[in-house]
Design a binder for this molecule. Structure first.
Ligand SMILES: NC(=O)c1ccc[n+]([C@@H]2O[C@H](COP(=O)([O-])OP(=O)(O)OC[C@H]3O[C@@H](n4cnc5c(N)ncnc54)[C@H](OP(=O)(O)O)[C@@H]3O)[C@@H](O)[C@H]2O)c1
Length: 302
C-alpha cells in the first residue's frame, strides 16, 4: 500500500509592532491560519515566535526579514501619539516614513506582500465619512507621515494592502487608549475633557484584527477601510463607555477642539465608510456597544 502524505506549508506573516494594541491582536488571531512572527521594539511581547527589530535600524530590519522570509508583512509599528509627533517631527518622520521605507525595501528582497496600517487622519475632516478613493489632505505631522508611508507601500511594486482605521481601543498591556483612559479616570473620580466636535469611527482592535485577517485570507489588494460601524464624537464615545462600564458620567466634561488646546490639528468631520470592505467580505464590523461589551467581558475574565 502506498501512502501519500500531503504537507501544505502555512504562509508566514511577520507583524511589526507585535507588542502594540493592534499588532498583539493580530498575533493572537493569526496562528489559526498562518505561521506568525512578532517583531517588537522596547516592550517584549509574550508570544512564542518573537524578534527584536527597531524599524530605524535598517541593517537589523533587513537581517530579520531576510532570515524570516515572510510571505506577508503586516506593518503596524509606528509612532502613534499624534500630539507627540507634532512636537517631534524628525522622530515621527524617522520612524513612520524612514522606518516604513526600511520595511518596504526589505520586503522587496523576499517578495513579501505588504499590509500597511494607516489612518483616517489622512483626510482633513471637512466632508467625512470618507471612502477609500476620496482625496486625502492630512493636517498634522502624524497624518502626513502616515500618508507618506502609504506612498512608500503603493509605489513599491509589491503586492500590497493599505488598511485605514481609527480610534483603536481594546485591552492593552502596555499603553492606554481612549477607552482605558476614560475608565481609569472615571473609576478614580477624576474629571476628563472630551471633545464634542471631532467625529470618528471608534474601532475595537480585536475586530479590526479579525477583518484584516479575513482580507488577507481573501487575497485582497489595494485600500480598505476597517473601522467600527458607528460614527460619534469623543464626548459621546466617553458617555457610551461610562454607560457600559457603569461609571459616573458627571466627570466627563465636554469641550470644543478650540478649548482643548490639543497640540496637533485633527480632522473634525471624519469617520470612514466601510461599504467596500463589507460588500467584498460579507461581514459586518462591530458597533460601539458590542465592542465595549466584548472588552468588558475580556477584562472580567482577566
Ligand atoms: N491607535 C489608533 O487609534 C490608530 C488609529 C489609526 C491608525 N492607527 C495605526 O495603526 C497602527 C497600530 O496602532 P496601535 O494603536 O496598535 O499602535 P501602538 O499600540 O502604539 O503600537 C505601536 C507599536 O509600534 C512600535 N514601535 C514604535 N517605534 C518603533 C520602532 N522604532 N521600531 C519598531 N517598533 C516601533 C511600538 O513599540 P515600542 O512601544 O516597544 O517602541 C509599539 O509596539 C499604527 O500604524 C497606527 O498609525 C492607529
Amino acid at each position: 500500500m502506498v501512502i501519500i502524505l500531503l504537507v501544505v506549508d502555512m504562509e508566514k506573516i511577520l507583524v511589526t509592532g507585535g507588542a502594540g494594541l493592534l499588532g498583539s491582536k493580530l498575533i493572537n488571531l493569526g496562528p489559526k491560519d498562518f505561521e506568525t512572527v512578532a517583531c517588537y521594539n522596547r516592550n517584549k511581547p509574550d508570544f512564542d515566535n518573537i524578534r527584536e527589530m527597531d524599524l530605524t535600524d535598517r541593517g537589523r530590519v533587513f537581517k530579520v526579514i531576510e532570515k524570516e522570509k515572510p510571505d506577508i508583512i503586516i506593518h503596524t509599528a509606528a509612532l502613534t501619539n499624534v500630539d507627540y509627533c507634532e512636537e517631534h517631527e524628525k522622530e515621527a518622520w524617522k520612524i513612520n516614513v524612514e522606518g516604513t521605507k526600511n520595511v518596504v525595501e526589505a520586503a522587496k528582497r523576499v517578495n513579501a506582500k505588504m499590509v500597511y496600517i494607516s489612518t483616517e487622519y489622512v483626510f482633513d475632516g471637512e466632508h467625512g465619512p470618507y471612502s477609500e478613493d476620496d482625496e486625502t489632505n492630512p493636517l498634522g505631522v502624524y497624518a502626513k507621515t502616515k500618508l507618506k508611508g502609504e506612498g512608500e507601500v503603493k509605489n513599491s511594486g509589491l503586492d500590497y494592502m493599505i488598511i485605514r482605521t481609527t480610534v483603536l481601543y481594546g485591552m492593552d498591556r502596555y499603553k492606554q487608549n481612549f477607552v482605558t483612559w476614560v475608565i481609569e479616570n472615571l473609576k478614580n473620580d477624576k474629571d476628563i475633557k472630551a471633545v464634542t466636535d471631532q467625529y470618528g469611527s471608534p474601532s475595537f482592535a480585536d475586530d479590526v484584527a479579525r477583518i484584516i485577517i479575513e482580507l488577507i485570507k481573501n487575497r485582497k489588494t489595494g485600500i480598505y477601510n476597517v473601522v467600527g460601524s458607528d460614527i460619534v464624537n469623543r464626548y459621546e464615545f466617553a458617555l457610551r463607555i461610562a454607560k457600559v462600564f457603569n461609571l459616573n458620567t458627571k466627570f466627563i466634561k465636554p469641550v470644543t477642539t478650540e478649548e482643548s488646546k490639543q497640540k496637533s490639528p485633527r480632522p473634525k468631520k471624519a469617520g470612514l465608510r466601510t461599504d467596500k470592505t463589507q460588500n467584498e467580505l460579507k461581514i459586518k464590523p462591530m458597533g460601539i456597544e458590542d465592542g465595549l461589551l466584548k472588552m468588558k467581558e475580556q477584562m472580567e475574565n482577566e
